[in-house]
Write a protein that binds this ligand. Sequence first.
Ligand code: ARG
Length: 474
Amino acid sequence: MSQNFNADSAEKTSRLWGGRFEKSTDEMINDFQASINFDKRLYREDIAGSIAHAKMLAKCKIISDADAQKIIDGLKKILAQIEDGKFNFSVELEDIHMNVEKALTDLIGEAGGRLHTARSRNDQVALDMHLYMRRTVQEVQDLILELQKSLVDAAEKNLSVIMPGYTHLQRAQPILFSHHLMAYFQMLKRDYDRFSGVYERADIMPLGAGALAGTTFPIDREFVKTELNFSEVYMNSLDAVSDRDYILEFLSAASILMIHLSRLSEETILWCSREFNFVELDDAHCTGSSMMPQKKNPDVPELVRGKAGRVIGHLNAMLVTVKSLPLAYNKDLQEDKEGLFDAIDTIKFCLKVYAQIIAGMKVKAENMRRAVEEDFSNATDLADYLVKKNMPFRQAHEVAGKLVHYCIERGVYLKDLSLDEFKTFSDKFDADIYDAIKAETCVNSRNSLGGTSTAQVTKQIEIAKKYFADIVTA
Ligand code: ARG
């Protein structure tokens, strides 16, 4: 035993928690449980959190001012090393927290060993993740705004382009293409707000919870809160180290965002098809087929649609991971990172890419127009015309339906009928019927608040621009 003990002890000492152990960790187990390969992206947050903690320890006279200063200077050096790509991350040291702490101790000696006083990795990782989440939410919100701007831009440029609006993917009523784009602006506005909610829940300071129960040292959590610019501190130490709600909320908000982008993608893909032929994507945003020379595939929207599944998968994985977990920290919680980080990278990419797709999209106004002209999406307007001449709506609906049927049998459209033909269906028809069923009339008469008329869409665009201006100054 003594021989083994000696052989192992050299290795054991490289472990920051090695004191209790006689054997070193199995190499495969070590690889299995280490998180450094993915949590190294928390290095800035980890160092900022440790600097605040060291300042607090000195302020509360738990460590000396001199030691705190050494710690802070050392951590700043380590930050620079990491940013210059000169830091050697080690899987042996498991995670970002122990990599940084070990490097600090190697650099400054004994004072480094005092940093972890009154702290556990459990509250440390929670702090890092809260800081990281706050930063990420703001980056995501900026990208949402960029996409919203490109939608508003495209809406303005194509303000009076008329297309069929659909229900059941059947042509329903004429609308403005700009109105359609502005619907996505509104969806993204709710996404933005949802992420603000995530920010609020991430803006709570967990450090000081220790491993689970608080600490025997006279710490000052309010000081750390202020130092790191948090709004609140967690009021229950068990909750502080177990809470992953803010991650679940981020993944939920991300999933809903991706559902919106996926719906937009689906429409873009349909519109690019020869069957619709409403838009053409920029060459720079498409790829060709290795076999069929004529193809120009909308891969980017397809991929965004596909990636929605991936992000929703991460939400599911996290929900299932947290479900049934007893308080407080369990290693299962380390699984909060890879899916989250991948979801973050994915939504950021998709938002950036989509802003470009919209900006580069060529709108084929004549084809959209034809899809309106060569169909019956003005049938509601014909019924409304009769109602305005005092016919009850149910009866007007019946007359319009019969007229549509009459046209279909003859292979013509409503506008092609003579006034006499109209009159055989109702004596309420006059020469003004032709104007009433023109696409422009159909669109511009839908002037109810939030409707598709040019005036209403112009109002939407104005409100959107004010929204951008207000958000910048907020
Ligand atoms: N790498 C760990 C995580 O991401 C840090 C916390 C570990 N705490 C522990 N007691 N094992 O969750």
